[in-house]
Structure formats: structure tokens, C-alpha cells
Design a binder for this molecule. Structure first.
Ligand SMILES: Nc1ncnc2c1ncn2[C@@H]1O[C@H](COP(=O)(O)OP(=O)(O)O)[C@@H](O)[C@H]1O
Ligand SMILES: [Mg+2]
Length: 363
């Protein structure tokens, strides 16, 4: 296992016109389980292929425990990679497929058998160990690929590129918890690529969020939820995502339309955007600071909770309230934006918090 460091790593497929991965510096720490989360086309596979050596980056260096491997091919990097769709030896048995990476590296026969059986048991492959891989459905074949990725105890890292795409949804949950179990057992460094926030949040110790070829924030699931550092993280994580309100900061006061909603602290004057998750917006009958007068436009009854849709001026805001809170379309209400959960953004990046207005400070 190794710390994997990317130093100014960037990649362009078109001779530098556009970046699939913008120059990035980042370290994957040995033994951790990471999710690499972002929408389709944001550069996840490119990043993974740079780590495994399938791709040489246009710029920057890749270091394994300080050793420069930028020019070293995949075979010399001691990496296991699982792709989105099954890649295995179809004419071989499941057992032989699982054993292949170990035999290939001349592990003793006894160790091969022990390890294959461990992985097979964990992934529920025992009933099909003797079967030819070709005879399995694609979901099962992919589980064999997972097994092959996890079978070598000494790899520097296991890279998984949306590995559960072809697997039945019901089985996904089970496999993900198996993966966690195997991770706890082996202490592999795992990098699990997905575009699905639930998959990322339930799997990883640390979630690395990518947008348009750049890492915009990395952290534990709770941190990304409670304290988004970038508007994209606010939108992409959470359901519904973070509310964003365009505002103007002048004389220390943040206004939406003409209405003072809070204080902007020491930030320079100019346009800002207020970000607050629906979970933290409180709806009430009395003014509160920071907060704003609003009009309710609709209510979604979700069963366990309600989503109250409102407008502040022309700007939509969603609040998550307890079920049956009783708000109705057309009703006037005050929205409260708690100071510790309401952030200010500029150029999509968090730059401060929305503070309460002091007495008479509303000007
Ligand atoms: N082999 C390639 N040649 C040219 N462009 C590519 C190639 N692979 C990916 N891209 C482009 O690079 C960007 C990032 O792609 P990719 O890393 O596959 O994203 P993701 O895995 O997050 O969906 C996309 O705009 C994609 O179209
Ligand atoms: Mg991809």
C-alpha cells in the first residue's frame, strides 16, 4: 500500500484546447476508502486511468510513496483496477479467474487457494466457483471482476470505476457493504468512482467531489453536507440540493431584492450568493435574523416530511419541515436561515457566512 500523490496532474485529449482533468494536486492516503464523485464527463475515469498508468498525463507527476511513476506502465504500478463492464477470461472457471492475479505473481499454491476462497465466500461466489465465467449473467461476471480486483493482498490501491453499473439494484447495497467489509479486512486503499451521491456517501471514509475536471471539495460525508465549500457540492449532494439566492452586499448588509436578510461581516461589497440547505431553513410566523419574508407557493408531502416551496421576492427557496406542518400556497411566512448553516458564495466558492443583523443594522 502506498500514498498516491498527484502533483500538478492535468490531462487534455485535444492538445491543450480543453482539460478533461485540470492541473490538480492531491494525495490519496494509504489504507483509506475514497469515493470519487461527480457527474458524467467530469473527468473521473481520466483521473483513475492516470493513477493506474493506462494514461500518461499531459502535465504533472504521479508519485507512489514519493517514487515518481509517471512514466511507469500499469504492470509496474501494482494496482488493481475494476472497470465499469466485466472484463474477464470467459473460458476460465470463476475459480481460475479469481486465482489468476495471484498465480501470475507466483503466490504459493496454498495461499492462492486460501485467498480465492476468502474472497469467494465474501462475495457469495461459492456456488459458481467451478462454472465457466461465460455462463454467468453480466451482474455475476462483474462480481467476479470485483473479486479479482480484491484478491491480491499487497496491491498499492484498488481502483473501481462505477463497478456496480451492471449489477442488479437490490444486490448493489449488499455488494457495497461487502466491499466495506473487505476494505476493513485488508486495509487496501480503495478509490471508488461513482456519479451517485448515495453510493459515494454510504461507501467512503472520504468523498472527493469533482466538477468540470477539478476537485472542488473533499471530506467526510457529514462535512460535505453541513459545510459545502463550493456551490456545486451544495447542489450535487443533498436531495433537494442547497438553495441558492442571489444577493447584494453593501454597507455590511446582505439584501435579496431590496430586503435586508442578514449581515455579511467583513466581506468586500458586491454581489454574493446565499446558500442554505432545505433541511436548515425554518419556516415561521415571526421575523428572524438572518432570514427573509416569503410567500408559500406549494407544499410537497413526502410522507416523513414536507417540502415547503416559497419565494423570497422572485427567488425560489425550499424548506424541509415536519410532515403536516400545515403551510398552504399563497400564505405569507418568514424564513429563518440559521447563521451557522447559511453560507455566502462568490464565483461558486464559499467566502463567508450570513450573520444576524444587529439591532437597527437593517438600515
Ligand atoms: N479517449 C478520449 N478521447 C477524447 N476525449 C475523451 C476521451 N475520454 C474522455 N474524453 C473526454 O474527457 C472528459 C472526461 O471524460 P471521463 O474522464 O470519461 O469522465 P467521467 O468518467 O467522469 O464520465 C469528457 O469531456 C470526455 O468526453
Ligand atoms: Mg467514467
Amino acid at each position: 500500500m502506498a500514498d498516491i500523490r498527484l502533483e500538478g496532474v492535468g490531462h487534455s485529449y485535444d492538445g491543450g484546447r480543453t482539460w478533461a482533468v485540470r492541473p490538480t494536486t492531491w494525495t490519496w492516503r494509504s489504507g483509506r476508502a475514497y469515493a470519487l464523485l461527480g457527474p458524467s464527463g467530469c473527468g473521473k475515469t481520466t483521473l483513475l486511468n492516470i493513477i493506474s498508468g493506462l494514461l500518461t498525463p499531459t502535465e504533472g507527476r504521479v508519485l507512489f510513496d514519493g517514487r515518481d511513476v509517471t512514466g511507469v506502465p500499469t504492470a509496474g504500478r501494482n494496482i488493481a483496477q475494476v472497470f465499469q463492464f466485466p472484463v474477464l477470461y470467459e473460458e476460465m472457471s470463476v475459480y481460475d479467474n479469481l486465482a489468476f492475479p495471484l498465480r501470475n505473481r507466483r503466490h504459493p499454491k496454498k495461499d492462492v487457494d486460501r485467498r480465492v476462497r476468502e474472497v469467494s465466500r465474501l462475495l457469495g461466489l461459492d456456488p459458481v466457483l467451478g462454472r465457466r465465467s461465460r455462463r454467468l449473467d453480466p451482474g455475476r461476471q462483474q462480481i467476479v471482476c470485483l473479486g479479482r480486483g480484491l484478491v491480491r493482498p499487497e496491491v498499492a490501491a484498488v481502483l473501481l470505476d462505477e463497478p456496480l453499473t451492471v449489477v442488479d439494484p437490490a444486490l448493489k447495497w449488499t455488494l457495497r457493504s461487502k466491499l466495506k467489509e473487505i476494505h476493513r479486512d485488508t486495509g487496501h486503499t480503495l478509490i471508488y468512482v461513482t456519479h451517485d451521491q448515495t453510493e459515494a456517501l454510504t461507501f467512503a471514509d472520504e468523498v472527493v467531489v469533482v466538477n468540470e475536471g477539478a476537485i472542488v471539495q473533499a471530506g467526510e460525508p457529514a462535512e460535505l453536507f453541513l459545510s459545502p465549500a463550493h456551490e456545486f457540492v451544495g447542489h450535487f449532494i443533498g436531495s433537494p440540493g442547497m438553495n441558492v439566492l442571489p444577493a447584494e452586499l453593501a454597507g455590511g448588509v446582505v439584501r435579496v431584492g431590496g430586503t435586508a436578510v442578514g449581515a455579511g461581516g467583513e466581506l468586500p461589497e458586491g454581489p454574493v450568493r446565499i446558500g442554505v440547505r432545505p433541511e436548515f431553513v425554518a419556516v415561521g410566523g415571526a421575523p428572524a435574523s438572518p432570514g427573509a419574508p416569503a410567500r408559500v407557493t406549494g407544499v410537497d408531502r413526502m410522507g416523513a416530511y414536507d417540502l415547503v416551496h416559497a419565494v423570497v421576492g422572485d427567488h425560489p427557496v425550499i424548506a424541509r419541515t415536519e410532515a403536516g406542518a400545515g403551510y398552504a400556497p399563497g400564505e405569507a411566512a418568514f424564513l429563518h436561515f440559521p447563521a451557522d448553516r447559511t453560507f455566502l458564495f462568490r464565483d461558486q466558492v464559499r467566502c463567508g457566512s450570513l450573520a444576524p443583523l444587529s439591532e437597527g443594522g437593517a438600515g
